[in-house]
Design a protein around this ligand. Structure first.
Ligand code: ZN
Ligand code: ZN
Length: 263
């Protein structure tokens, strides 16, 4: 039997997966994936993302605003986000953060919304799923500043930043989630860092429909492929895939305490 794995970050309601969601979920379950965190990126998709989690017992949801969408949500009230987290299937907040690579939204607006998400994570105790790209300094500064005001649970999703940044956020208590990018040939620095993340701070994800791992690179990614990433990371860390699967699943439920682990 395949060791159960959790895909800690997927977009089941995005084009590429949404139109064949049943098949995508069946494929993943057949590959031993026993849990899915379905991630929101903008307010108008919250309802669909949560509806999938209501329908499927092994799918949970997050609510939040991706930094790309910050400009369009500049006046989203804190209370709107706060109330959306009350839903029983919503177990986390995000994805939120800073993306200075694409710069699709004003940076100051991105920072304001990021802090607002942090505030709600602190109040609710629900983990914040952080997206950060080409924004290491500001991300670290904001995290340090906000942690100083009161701790909150959080992870860096699809980690691709420097080891220096990684060590800093680990010091702040954050968890690191690795996507299929770690399997790419040119990801040598990331592979090195993947070896040093403490076992208790590690998650795996697909970020599907994006970023398919080797050997599916370039294709539409789906949650079933989280196994390739898990196998690759297990190899790097010189542990069995079973052990890595058990560790990352345990970490998932340890962090996302509102999700119930299967009996
Ligand atoms: Zn992201
Ligand atoms: Zn994502």
């Amino acid at each position: 039997m395949l060791a159960p794995l959790i895909d800690s970050h997927c977009h089941l309601n995005y084009e590429g997966l949404a139109e064949r969601q049943d098949e995508v979920l069946a494929n993943a379950r057949g590959a031993g994936v026993t849990g899915f965190l379905n991630i929101s990126t903008r307010e108008r998709e919250w309802r669909d993302v949560v509806a999938t989690a209501e329908r499927e017992g092994d799918v949970w949801a997050t609510v939040g605003i991706h930094p790309h969408e910050a400009d369009r949500h500049a006046d989203l009230g804190r209370q709107v986000l706060r109330e959306a987290t009350d839903h029983p299937r919503v177990i986390g907040i995000g994805e939120s953060g800073l993306d200075y690579y694409y710069d699709k939204s004003d940076r100051a607006v991105q920072r304001d919304l990021f802090r607002m998400h942090i505030d709600v994570a602190r109040e609710t105790g629900l983990p914040l799923v952080i997206h950060t790209r080409d924004a290491e300094d500001d991300t670290a500064d904001i995290l340090e500043d906000e942690m100083g005001k009161g701790a909150f649970p959080a992870l860096i999703h699809c980690f691709t930043a420097s080891a220096q940044f990684g060590r800093k956020v680990l010091d702040l208590g954050l968890t690191i989630s690795l996507s299929g990018i770690v399997t790419f040939k040119n990801a040598k620095d990331l592979q090195e860092f993947a070896k040093e993340v403490p076992a208790s701070k590690l998650l795996v994800e697909t970020d599907s429909p994006f970023l398919a791992p080797v050997p599916h690179r370039g294709k539409t990614c789906e949650p079933a492929f989280v196994r390739h990433t898990a196998e690759f990371v297990a190899n790097l860390r010189c542990v069995s895939t079973d052990e890595l699967a058990a560790t990352t699943s345990h970490n998932f439920f340890n962090l996302f305490t509102k999700a119930e682990a299967p009996a």
